[in-house]
Design a protein around this ligand. Structure first.
Ligand code: C2E
Ligand code: CA
Ligand code: CA
Ligand code: CA
Length: 279
């Protein structure tokens, strides 16, 4: 028993070492990636379901690794969060988003509200608002140009502190969206304590619409309750016309997903903006 325990222990540490080495490698590579501009931003349109007009865009980060090619955020954001690099990475995203909006405006391209994903660490970072203010000012933007997306589970952590931080952002004029709604076991009644403008219903509740009766009930309930509380609703991951029509019937406000557009690199996004200017 002792022997097998020992063997088991060795196996376990071996695996741990490997994971740590991989993580350390990614951490140092990611650190360099931020400095060397290996990161880029893509933008995914959000459309009004009532009239198909463009009402927002979500900015998503990509990593162009010199050896591995493109790496998606699902792989490196968790590492960045764990190591604290997320604060530098998040600042990079905010800075380059603001820069890009200003560039488009200089070319007389109207841009809709741009949503930036915030991680938990960033949200609790004491100088987040100061950083944002500085960037907006430097690029002659206003708070209403930007929205922050925070996951439901992030907001659940510490209600009092969350309320304080959200109120600070809302007071400054930043619009706030709850990301991945429906996955974090919070209730809408709980969220009502916070100054939230938009709920984004998680893709997993959208993907089996309209056939799945359970999901249909959940989604229609979320939409109705959110509206009663004065919030707008965005459906994430809309991929079919059937889903679009179903959500429009339920009076869901906005939709985002491959049906309308994939996340677009800067140039493609400029073309998209040209073709979707409000009149
Ligand atoms: P998210 O915020 O839930 O972003 C939506 C994800 O769904 C994106 O994946 C997007 O490409 C994908 N998506 C959009 N429409 C569809 C669709 O119709 N079907 C399917 N199957 N997928 C769709 P992506 O870009 O890989 O990002 C993954 C996650 O990484 C994001 O999830 C977000 O949590 C995080 N992330 C991305 N950029 C940032 C960032 O700048 N900062 C932070 N903190 N997190 C980020
Ligand atoms: Ca998001
Ligand atoms: Ca989401
Ligand atoms: Ca997600």
């Amino acid at each position: 028993a002792k022997e097998s325990g020992g063997r088991h222990f060795r196996f376990f540490t071996g695996e741990m070492d490997q994971r740590t080495t991989q993580q350390l490698k990614m951490e140092s590579e990611l650190r360099k990636a931020i400095i060397n501009n290996e990161l880029s931003l893509v933008y995914q349109p959000q459309l009004s379901l009532a009239d198909n007009t463009l009402c927002g865009m979500e900015v998503l980060v990509r990593w162009h690794h010199p050896k591995r090619g493109i790496i998606y955020p699902g792989e490196f954001i968790p590492v960045a969060e764990e190591t604290g690099l997320i604060n530098d990475l998040g600042l990079w995203v905010m800075r380059h988003t603001c820069k890009q909006i200003a560039k488009w405006r200089k070319k007389a391209l109207k841009t809709p509200r741009i949503s930036i994903n915030l991680s938990a660490r960033q949200f609790h970072q004491h100088d987040l608002l100061a950083q944002l203010k500085e960037l907006l000012q430097a690029h002659q933007l206003t708070a209403s140009d930007i929205e922050f997306e925070m996951t439901e589970s992030m907001l659940m952590a510490d209600a009092e502190e969350t309320a304080r931080l959200l109120n600070q952002l809302a007071k400054f004029g930043i619009s706030l969206a709850v990301d991945d709604f429906g996955t974090g076991y919070s209730s809408l009644a709980y969220l009502q304590k916070f100054p939230i403008h938009r709920l984004k219903i998680d893709r997993r509740f959208i993907q089996h619409l309209p056939d799945n009766g359970n999901d249909s009930v959940i989604v229609s309930t979320i939409i109705a309750m959110a509206h009663n509380m004065g919030m707008k609703v965005v459906a994430e991951g809309v991929e079919t016309g059937e889903q679009q029509r179903f959500l429009a019937r339920l009076k869901c406000d906005e939709a985002q997903g491959y049906l309308f557009a994939k996340p677009l690199p800067t140039e493609a996004c400029a073309d998209y903006l040209k073709n979707h200017q409000a009149d």
